[in-house]
Design a protein around this ligand. Structure first.
Ligand code: PLP
Length: 406
């Protein structure tokens, strides 16, 4: 017999049992703070966010300087007069549009105000003091933030020599893993993990764990998406966001994509209605055929120009396929960030495993010209209180115990 379900106002249905679980989880959830890329980017700065000069170059938080496309902006303007209504139907239409494009059933997709929400909720739901989080290193730190709320162990597995996720080491890291998190392409390195490796992780992950593949940056790269593995009902959750190639970070729209029984794990953390502006902008953007290839090319051209310049000047960087990349500044990255900030160029943060690397977001052409100038000047200035430099990422990796516990 099918369990009785209750309809929520946003169109989702939950079983009575889930409804009770939602109520009982509410007090624990109240502790959770959702960490976005912008939070993480600004957490390492000296100056508070409110003091950023108006003419500063912001290439620190992997935002897209192009913003939403023109059609999305007109759709939002047209929608303005209907902004007094919740318009739940529009969210359902967005899910249907995405599902149709990707060959999924609409019930396999849920919309949130950004993918940070389902990312945190999935980790909260699937990790605990007994069930660890396994992830790459360096990789996007938001899952760690969520795991700190569930008091889970965090196992950070260094990337391979090619800066891919070391899937063999990840599946072997902990037989009691709750979540294996693969960011593909990876933030901060912009490097990719092959489809074969992701399939290996899926086939060999510890029993009872879920593979979470974060495809926030997928459109910038040639990495193979894995939504078909969701359609094939595998134990995988894929995250997508409109914050990157679609330029909608401030508008807030993202998806969790998985089998309905896996999406149900998000139920205890609740839903809010989606901002209608984000919904209409996302739907309009999805319908544009040119948007992704055009922006992919714009980003790649600017990134490759910067890479040629870095190589010509003998600076060492990790070749990326996305809108961010790591440079080894051969001195404490945090001090270098401050030197750049003094020149009003805000670059991204440092990961503890690579203390002499800083992450740069690809901005517009003029922004990257300003970056080059400030970067060269800062590199030529004497390093302040420099630590012994690590000659390369490989040396640093070789010195590091593997896999490591945080
Ligand atoms: N995943 C990765 C790897 C990210 O870098 C980000 C943001 O930068 C997100 C997820 C979440 O983005 P949002 O909440 O804006 O959709």
């Amino acid at each position: 017999m099918k369990p009785e379900t209750l309809a929520l106002p946003n169109g989702y249905r939950v079983t009575r049992r889930t409804f009770v679980r939602i109520a009982s989880a509410a007090s624990a959830v109240a502790l959770a703070r959702i960490a976005t890329e912008a939070d993480l980017a600004f957490a390492q700065r000296v100056r508070p966010l409110t003091n950023v000069p108006a003419d500063a170059i912001l290439i620190n938080a992997n935002e897209n300087p192009l913003g939403p496309c023109a059609q999305a902006c007109s759709a939002m303007a047209d929608l303005g007069v209907r902004g007094g209504r919740y318009e739940y139907g529009m969210t359902q239409e967005l899910l249907k549009t995405f599902a149709e494009i990707e060959g999924l059933k609409p019930e396999y997709v849920r919309a949130y105000a950004g993918s940070s929400e389902p990312l945190h909720y999935m980790v909260l739901a699937l990790t605990s003091p007994e069930k660890s989080l396994v992830m790459g290193d360096p990789a996007y730190e938001a899952p760690m933030q969520a795991a700190s709320y569930s008091k889970a162990r965090i196992l950070k597995v260094p990337l391979t020599r090619n800066y891919a996720h070391d899937v063999k080491a990840m599946v072997a890291a902990d037989p009691n893993a709750g979540v294996l998190y693969i960011c593909n392409p990876n933030n901060p390195t912009g490097t990719t993990t092959t489809r074969e490796d992701i399939e290996y992780a899926l086939a060999n992950k510890p029993k009872g764990s879920i593979l979470m593949v974060d495809e926030a940056y997928i459109h910038f790269s040639d990495a193979k998406p894995v939504l078909d593995l969701v359609a094939a009902d595998k134990e995988i959750v894929v995250l997508r966001t409109f914050s990157k190639i679609y330029g909608m970070a401030g508008l807030r729209c993202g998806f969790a994509i998985a089998r309905p029984d896996l999406l149900a794990k998000l139920d205890p953390y609740g839903w809010n209605s989606m901002p209608v502006t984000a919904v209409v902008a996302a739907k309009t953007s999805l319908k544009s055929r040119e948007l992704v290839p055009e922006r992919k090319k714009i980003n790649a051209d600017i990134r490759n120009d910067v890479f040629s310049w870095l190589a010509a000047n003998k600076y060492s960087f990790v070749p990326s396929e996305t809108n961010c990349f790591m440079i080894d500044v051969k001195r404490p990255g945090k001090q270098f960030i401050q030197a750049m900030e003094a020149k009003k160029v805000y670059i991204g943060r440092v990961w503890p495993v690579w203390p002499t690397h800083v992450r740069i977001t690809v901005g517009t052409k003029p922004e990257m010209e300003a970056f080059k100038k400030a970067f060269k000047e800062s590199m030529e200035a004497p390093a302040v209180a420099a630590i012994a430099p690590h000659s390369s990422v490989e040396t640093w990796r070789a010195e590091r115990p593997y896999p490591s516990l945080s």
